[in-house]
Design a protein. Sequence first.
Length: 123
Amino acid sequence: MEGQIRRLVSELLIKEIKDPRIGFATVTGVDLNRDFTEARVGISVLGTPRDMRKSLEGLQSSEGFIRHKVGKALGIRVMPKIVFHLDSSVAEGTRMVGLLNDLEAEEAERSQDEDNEDSPEEK
């Protein structure tokens, strides 16, 4: 059911929710609690911290609409409460890739410097 909720919320973000506060938001995951009364929806937003906060506010204000649409699409009588939270895993992953790229560039530069030191100078 988590996967279905994730897909439906993603589709709603693309097709039906027109809140200007919501920027480029991606649903990263859904976690349902044991008794299915709450669905925690992870959201990744590209942009500044202000953009992220505004997007989260827009999503929270759309929670009732989203909950109704998802419940109707799933055909269930009682839909879990949807709680949006910012998921920093995508941003963290991007930061890690950048760090790895920096290390790789430093290693290549260091290797090139060592090769230049080892070669005899032509006069």
